[in-house]
Write a protein that binds this ligand. Sequence first.
Ligand code: NAD
Length: 376
Amino acid sequence: LTVGVLAETAAGERRVALDPSAADRLTKAGRVVLVESGAGTDATFEDAAYTAAGAILTPRTQIIAKSTIIPVMRFPDAELLKALRSGQVLIGLIDPMNNLTAIADLATRGVTVVALELLPRTLSRAQSMDALSSQSSAAGYRAGIVAAAAYARYLPMMITAAGTATPAKAIVIGTGVAGLQAIGTLKRLGAVVTGYDVRAASRGEVESLGAKFLTSSVAQGAGAGGYARAMTDAEKKTQQGELARALVDFDIIITTAKVPGRTPPELVSAATLKSLRAGSVCVDLGSSDKGGNVSGSVDGKTTVTAEGVTVIGAGELASGLPASASQMYARNVLAVIASLAPKNVIMVDQTDEVTQNVVVSFDGAITNASVRNALK
Ligand code: NAD
């Protein structure tokens, strides 16, 4: 069984889907690992670390031709998509609901597509495969660092001979995996932190980190799979009004609110941005090509408003912590490989709950029910 490790091609992507320590585990278990030269360089993993782990440096086209399993960070580029063939297994955070046509084509060509976003995350057996959590965790931690670096003042209270600095007031909107990590980082840096979520159930997690909890009058129980459900238009209006009034008081705003498969809710409006103090910083983890949680945020770009507020579009912030994020991701990939190929062949057990969800296509057909419905 051959596993191929390719350099990621998306602009700004610094992670790699398999790090040398995961390669080492695979080769020790008798698998062949082929690596494209430079695949891990941006994540600080040199070619020599892979070859020391028993992997074989191989040209990209040959890796694509020879590998049974190809783990990737993101949806493949056109060249890789075109080259994939029957019997190969593509594993990654491939955003299936936004790539339906290409996935239908891969299915027809007999490619097995594994979309890590579709993992039933609350099942304990799935937790070692939970790449959304590992990457959200890296992104959330990094968001705290990025916010602090962009903020022109101290985060902690400083009492010095030259005077006293008041601590920064930070709010993290959306207290899922990323949000809780952002709160932890900002607390460690000394800011006074508030966590805000529409899931009332997250209060305990936020308070256990020593942050205050704020919620909305339209706070809700969690929807399917523990996620926030999409709000009605009237609920959104109420929530946004309440939030806008609260936000004027904060120096740092980190937003992490996503609702799976949908455009992210706008939580910091243009009017709210205008009301913030000059020097305030917004880091938008919800940013994507479909918009973000902060009005006008552009994914991958930093902008400064006319009022002097810095807005950082940071939809792929885990890539800013490439070594740790790749290492965690590779552990998730290893767990998926162990589940799909416990011996030296791929076995897709369609009675298994994890497999039913995470395997989108197999044997020429779309096997995941929600992707099949979306394609109708
Ligand atoms: P996510 O990335 O989908 O969303 C981030 C947060 O934004 C969530 O807390 C969500 O409630 C919140 N949010 C959504 N819309 C919002 C709005 N309009 N205003 C304010 N907040 C909004 O979340 P996630 O990190 O994937 O976590 C989702 C849930 O799944 C959480 O309850 C988390 O604890 C749970 N989870 C459980 C496991 C497990 O059981 N092993 C693993 C991962 C996540």
